[in-house]
Design a protein around this ligand. Structure first.
Ligand code: B12
Length: 230
């Protein structure tokens, strides 16, 4: 379940609004961990708990690292730096990227300028840890997939794929692959893909493209189309 609800209004492909859900009200921050080969975690957690104490250092209860700690049930490791009073995270849920790969982390679509202990998070924030390559000239941009909350079986709907830039700006991404049950389409030059599904149910879509970090699974509630009577 994700807190990043990237929604498109009926027929709209431009405007995207953040929509609160009942699940979101009970929890606060979304933590997603994208390993080198697959998504390791996508979870909403509350962050107002006690301070995070680990050998070497302590982090505020509302830090991104405390959120990661809660979401992974403590399954991470890192080295504390007294210089930065922060942890350099080296392992998450058993995945330890080898040099030149490392765990980078982004908050709300922006590359964090401090370590995860030093970044405070608030209700509705999205914390993303992803494996990046240190030798690349610029950070690998994560993709985001904007989907409508609802669609009708047999009727086309559109989704939009955008990429986060380190400074928090977003650009549309052409030729990204969007997949889900019975869905395999590429975005056009405007980052838009048109999708038609025949079955009602909860459809979960993901987008990916070489050189970018894959999106989370985004849900679309597909309702049955009306049957016509003679
Ligand atoms: C190299 C480097 C890295 C490398 C370190 C490993 C390597 N292969 O060498 C990698 C790519 C892993 C890295 C990652 C990050 N880094 Co860095 N990194 C640097 C850099 C450019 C040089 C450090 C260095 O080699 N110093 C020389 C050696 C001899 O001194 P050292 O003390 O042994 O250096 C070690 C520490 O700096 C440590 N380190 C590096 N980055 C970070 C970040 C944090 C939060 C911590 C606790 C330690 C740490 O790794 C170094 C090698 O062991 C500095 C900028 C600078 N000019 O200092 C930024 C810098 C230290 N990094 C920074 C940041 C923000 C990050 C990230 C949080 C970025 C992100 N959003 O993902 C991530 C860490 C995420 C995580 N996993 O927890 C900031 C820290 C700012 C702050 N006040 O907290 C700096 C100062 C850059 C900046 N101005 O923004 N980094």
């Amino acid at each position: 379940m994700t807190q990043r609800i990237l929604r498109l209004g009926a027929g709209a492909v431009v405007a995207c609004a953040l929509v609160a859900t009942p699940a979101q009200a009970a929890s606060t921050v979304n933590v997603r961990v994208e390993g080198a080969k697959r998504e390791l975690l996508d979870k909403n957690v509350s962050v107002n708990g006690a301070k995070l104490r680990r050998s070497g250092g302590t982090c505020p209860g509302n830090s991104a690292l405390a959120a990661l700690n809660r979401a992974t049930k403590g399954r991470w490791a890192g080295t504390y730096s007294s210089q930065y009073q922060d942890f350099l995270v080296s392992t998450i849920m058993g995945e330890k990227p080898a040099n030149p790969y490392f765990w980078a982390f982004w908050v709300n679509g922006k590359l964090a300028s401090k370590g995860a202990c030093g970044v405070r998070v608030r209700k509705g924030d999205d914390v993303l840890f992803l494996v990046d390559n240190f030798t690349l000239k610029s950070p690998t941009p994560p993709l985001a997939l904007h989907v409508p909350a609802r669609a009708t079986a047999g009727k086309a709907f559109t989704v939009v794929v955008v990429a986060d830039k380190p400074n928090g700006s977003r650009v549309r991404v052409a030729n990204a692959l969007v997949t889900g049950a019975g869905v395999r389409v590429h975005t056009n030059g405007n980052g838009v893909a048109r999708i038609v599904v025949s079955k009602a149910g909860r459809l979960r879509l993901r987008a990916e493209k070489a050189g970018y970090v894959r999106t989370a699974l985004e849900p679309v509630n597909v309702i049955a189309g009306q049957t016509s009577h003679p």
